[in-house]
Design a protein around this ligand. Structure first.
Ligand code: NDP
Ligand code: OXD
Length: 313
């Protein structure tokens, strides 16, 4: 069987490196070329233009450049072909680093020390053991579970929340709507690693933040969101920070990205901002995985890491 051609369609960054690496084994057409091209078999995409994919008469599979696929579902004319998401050690490792970095910074009072240093204040707050802090991970998927394992090894108590029942050794797991409030009430540091779907949009709102455990060794509850910006309501986070519902927040994602220069989140003293950089898709690691999957698919094997179209992730 002839090797299928790839359409590379990305918005928001220069796809040169992806093109070079994918072209090592297959012909690659770079959008804006390629629309309606019957010789295209695969699309490798990040925020592709609406209705581009439906114009390809012989498209057999769509590969997302990221772990999240909400950018693909945003296309009103999405054709009914398999969608593959990124699951890769390299990306998982980066996300675990980000989560552990932010949890440890909040746990070890990084904000307080950074505020003391310019004033030359020599003051040591009380140190609490990690086991007194419970980290609740919303989204116990490939990224959430990896982060949970490392947090457990550091001694934190870990809770997890998912759509379906999930078991993980030493993790207190909760699921579905019924499990949400009990999960929040048992959580000091909330880590959000959910996909953006119609069910999860806006889930990080004031009402949810209000349920987090506040009387804890940290002196308040903390939010870390590295999932998607539209899971949260930026204004509700600001309100929660300002009235003490939240002690601090680390945000990697925002309702509007790049975060507008006018957003109060940029200069809020209790917020740590990163520019959607928790775990960047690295073409050096990911392009070979995609190429291997295309080869396997052409040998008649099943594609891995398929998106559940009904669930939207
Ligand atoms: P997975 O698909 O492996 O896991 C998703 C998890 O979320 C699953 O546990 C799933 O439940 C749970 N979930 C989905 N919908 C709901 C719901 N309605 N209620 C409760 N739980 C729900 O995804 P990944 O771990 O690979 O990635 C998670 C997200 O991280 C991506 O979708 C992306 O948005 C984001 N991301 C952000 C990056 C960044 O740089 N900031 C980088 C990479 C990813 P169940 O187990 O029952 O299916
Ligand atoms: C992803 C991302 O979904 O980078 O992989 O946000």
């Amino acid at each position: 069987m002839e090797k299928g051609r790839i359409l590379l369609a990305v918005t928001g960054f220069h796809p040169q490196r992806w093109r070079e690496l994918l072209s090592a084994e297959r012909e690659v057409v770079l959008e804006p070329d390629g629309a309606s091209d019957p010789s295209i078999t695969y699309a490798v995409v990040w925020k592709q233009k609406p209705n581009l994919l439906s114009s390809l008469p012989n498209l057999r599979a769509i590969f997302s450049i990221g772990a999240g696929v909400d950018h693909i579902f945003a296309d009103p004319g999405l054709p009914d072909v398999p969608i593959v998401k990124v699951v890769a050690d390299n990306l998982t490792q980066h996300m675990t680093e980000y989560v552990v970095w932010r949890v440890l910074d909040h746990h070890r009072q990084g904000l307080l020390y950074r505020s003391q240093q310019p004033k030359k204040i020599w003051h040591e707050p009380q140190q609490r053991p990690a086991r007194d802090i419970s980290v609740g991970i919303m989204g116990l998927g490939s990224l959430g579970r990896a982060a949970a394992s490392v947090l457990l090894s550091l001694g934190f108590a870990v809770n997890g929340w998912s759509r379906s029942d999930k078991a993980m050794e030493s993790v207190a797991t909760y699921s579905g709507e019924a499990g949400l409030i009990p999960f929040l009430k048992a959580t000091d540091i909330l880590v959000v690693l959910l996909p953006l779907t119609p069910d999860t949009k806006g889930i990080i709102n004031y009402g949810v933040l209000k349920e987090l455990r506040k009387r804890n060794g940290l002196g308040g509850s903390v939010l870390i969101n590295a999932g998607r910006g539209r899971l949260q309501k930026d204004a509700d986070i600001l309100r929660a920070l300002d009235d003490g519902t939240l002690k601090e927040a680390s945000l990697d994602v925002f309702e509007v990205e790049p975060l507008p220069k006018t957003s109060p989140l940029w200069r809020h003293p209790k917020v740590f901002v990163t520019p959607h950089a928790a775990a960047t898709s690295d073409p050096v690691h990911l392009a070979p995985i995609m190429l291997r999957q295309m080869d396997a698919f052409e040998r008649g094997e099943k594609l891995d890491n398929l998106v559940d179209r009904k669930a939207g992730y």
